[in-house]
Write a protein that binds this ligand. Structure first.
Ligand SMILES: *Cc1c(COP(=O)(O)O)cnc(C)c1O
Length: 230
């Protein structure tokens, strides 16, 4: 199976799953996570209709977005301070913001480039402390912090579910959706109107994510790996 065929099939499955859950297929954006493949496979997916790609390494984000500048490039990896200008230069959306110091640096880099950087706050829904995600409490504080930054716009929340435990997966996705709803309640209308995105669901659990309201699913192996059996 090629990326072309896999993307076609997954895109159809995602649309059907949205419909089965009473959702508009246009409200679920399929992000093809291309972090393990090169430009030729990305081009293959583009021919199948893919226009949103996810990368987790700043240098590969830069390389591929420069090769294919008409596509939409999402940064989904761990943020390192010194890489922030490169990420801001190339990412339409940063999915993995979890700390205030990074928000400040994103704001500064975006201001310098004359852009407003869209971001998602990455949350560890179970509330466990994590080095790469905010607890729900930290997410609320980080949102307030970002609302004061003119060149950062928080578009919603992102999470990763624990692998291999279906019940924990459901709890994680339901929990992220509930957290987003409760955060939205406290926001000014103009901020709430753009706080609409839930980035959740990967190759093995995107169906559950769509059921719980995902607006973006990030799918890598099911599109780009021959070894993946869904
Ligand atoms: C790699 C990655 C994905 C895609 O995972 P697959 O299991 O290959 O679909 C999604 N989100 C993040 C943050 C990733 O790092």
């Amino acid at each position: 199976m090629s990326a072309f065929e896999n993307y076609r099939r997954i895109a159809q499955d995602v649309a059907r799953c949205a419909q089965e859950n009473g959702r508009n297929p246009e409200d679920v954006n399929l992000i093809a996570v291309s972090k393990t493949v090169g430009v030729p496979q990305v081009e293959d997916a583009v021919r199948a209709g893919a226009h949103h790609f996810g990368e987790n390494r700043p240098e590969l984000l830069a390389e591929k977005s420069e090769a294919l500048p008409d596509e939409n490039w999402h940064f989904i990896g761990n943020i390192q301070s010194r890489r922030i200008p490169q990420i801001v230069q190339h990412a339409c959306l940063i999915h993995s913001l979890y700390q205030e110091s990074h928000a400040d640096k994103i704001n500064a880099a975006a201001a310098e480039m004359g852009k407003v950087q869209d971001v998602l706050i990455e949350v560890n829904v179970s509330g466990e402390e994590s080095k790469i995600a905010a607890t729900p409490e930290e997410a609320r504080a980080l949102l307030d912090h970002c609302l004061a930054l003119p060149n950062v716009r928080v578009r919603g929340l992102m999470t990763m579910a624990p692998q291999g435990d279906p019940q924990a997966v459901e709890q994680t996705f339901a929990g992220l959706a509930a957290l987003a709803d409760s955060m939205r309640e406290g926001m000014a209308q103009s901020d709430a109107e753009v706080f609409t995105e839930l980035s959740m669901g990967m190759s093995e659990d995107w169906q559950q994510a769509i059921k719980h309201g995902a607006t973006m699913v990030r799918i890598g192996r099911a599109i780009f790996s021959d070894a993946f059996v869904g």
